[in-house]
Design a protein around this ligand. Structure first.
Ligand SMILES: Cc1cc2nc3c(=O)[nH]c(=O)nc-3n(C[C@H](O)[C@H](O)[C@H](O)COP(=O)(O)O)c2cc1C
Length: 301
């Protein structure tokens, strides 16, 4: 039995990937979590210039999910390439998430990373709801998505993953645009625009006022989109949203995903990633599946 997968040319020893923004640069968790169970970790989104992020509070825990308003805090591409990248030492691949306010920003970040060793793929974040410019503004517009992906594709031969927002009204056209302009895989999805209000103060609970919903509340929506997109695009899909157990991950694979990302669960259970892969292997053994492909997309039938 093998859990190796090929995600658009990116060959991973495990279908489990650490979602952007939850694992820092991987190293932070090296002593706490068995990173050998991961196929890859996606870095925090890196932008052309450093970003301080949004005002605190930046995370609200609703119990059934989180709303975050981090605002893409990151050191910027110069410091990332000059200091961080070479120091990352993890036993799995590193996928760098890139973001920007303009098409040119995305292209310049991709071009800085093109010649660097240690980068297995780029995840193009066209879906962050927590920034005033860029982010989700690209991912809800097929033409803007096409422009970003075309510009990034022109700068690099690395496998490209387009990370989409969970917006059912436009996601099919956006997915097709990303695929047509060179995306090798699609990550579905980023967080859902959301907010929470403190009824005593009458004020939004987040410093950034609004944020993005992740965790269990997001899962049925992202799962629906993976199932829908698996019938629409030919490139591999990566399921993201609310995965806490192996059963959650298996649902995404049955919906059509080749791989999956785990994020917010790290705030709850540090051993969740290891349990997820162990449960996946037990399920495959019990069902007699020799590979992920043996059951991927079965719920499409
Ligand atoms: C605190 C926090 C920070 C995040 N930062 C990023 C980010 O920098 N870039 C990005 O593409 N997604 C970011 N995300 C979204 C996650 O990568 C993921 O798409 C989302 O949380 C859904 O997965 P989950 O329910 O397993 O957390 C962030 C999510 C959280 C909760």
């Amino acid at each position: 039995m093998s859990i190796e997968v090929d995600v658009g040319g990116l060959k991973l020893g495990s279908p489990m990937i650490g979602a952007s923004g939850l694992w820092g640069f991987g190293d932070e968790y090296a002593d706490l979590i068995d990173l050998t169970r991961f196929g890859a970790i996606v870095t925090k989104t890196i932008t052309a210039r450093p970003r301080e992020g949004n005002a605190p509070p930046r995370v609200v825990d609703l119990g059934y999910g989180l709303i975050n308003s981090i605002g893409l805090e990151n050191p910027g591409i110069d410091r990332f390439v000059g200091e961080t990248l070479a120091a990352i030492d993890v036993p799995c691949d590193i996928i760098v998430s890139i973001g920007g306010e303009t098409v040119g920003d995305y292209a310049s970040v991709a071009s800085r990373l093109a010649g660097e060793g240690g980068v297995a793929a780029l995840e193009v974040n066209i879906s962050c709801p927590n920034v005033a410019k860029g982010g989700i503004a690209f991912g809800r517009d097929p033409e803007a998505t096409a422009a970003v992906m075309r510009a990034v594709r022109a700068e690099t031969d690395l496998p490209l993953i387009a990370k989409l927002p969970p917006l059912p009204g436009c996601v099919e056209e956006v997915a097709r645009a990303a695929e047509a302009e060179g995306a090798d895989a699609l990550a579905v999805s980023n967080t859902l625009p959301a907010m929470s209000i403190d009824i005593e103060s009458g004020r939004p609970r987040l410093g950034g006022r609004t944020g993005g919903l992740s965790g269990p509340a997001l899962k049925p929506v992202a799962l629906f989109l993976v199932h829908r997109l698996a019938a629409v695009v030919g490139v591999p899909l990566i399921g993201v949203g609310g995965i806490e157990t192996s059963a959650d991950a298996i649902e995404y694979i049955l919906a059509g995903a080749t791989a999956f990302e785990v994020g917010s669960v790290v705030f709850k259970w540090l051993n969740a990633p290891s349990d997820i892969v162990m449960g996946l292997e037990e399920y495959m053994a019990r069902k007699g599946y020799g590979s992920i492909e043996d059951f991927r997309g079965r719920a499409q039938l």
